[in-house]
Design a protein. Sequence first.
Length: 140
Amino acid sequence: MNRRGNRDRPEPEPGPRRNDPPRPPKRVPQSTDDGPADPEAYLEYTIYSVSGRVPIDAVPFTIGRDQSSSLHLPLADVSRCHAEMHRCSGQFVIVDLASVLGVFVNGIKVVKCILRNDDQIAIGDATLLYQQPCRYSTMF
C-alpha cells in the first residue's frame, strides 16, 4: 500500500516544482560519421520512366522533396525530409526521418537499416538501388 492508500497503483513520480530550474533535454546518441562519404558508392534511381545515377558524396546524404536535399525527389508522396544516409563503422545506414509513408528496403518497412550492395530502396513512387562496388579484387 502506498502513502495515498492505493494498493495496485504505483506511486506517481514527482513533477517539477514551480521554483525548480528547467531540466536540459535528454541527449539522443547520434550515429557516428566516420569520415567522408565513399566516392564509389551511388544510388541508381527510377522515378516513373526517368532514371539516373547519383553519387553519395555528402554525409549525411539527405533524400526528400525539399530542393536542398542531396537527392531531390519531386513527388507528392515523398516527405520534404524523408530519409538520411549516414556512415557508421564503414557502412552506410539509411534512416527514416518520421516520414508519413516510410522507407522500404527490399520490400520491408524500416526505420533504420544497414545497406548492402544491390539493396532496393522504395521511397514513395521512387525506386532506388544502392550500389557500392567492391574495393578488393578476388582471385581464385
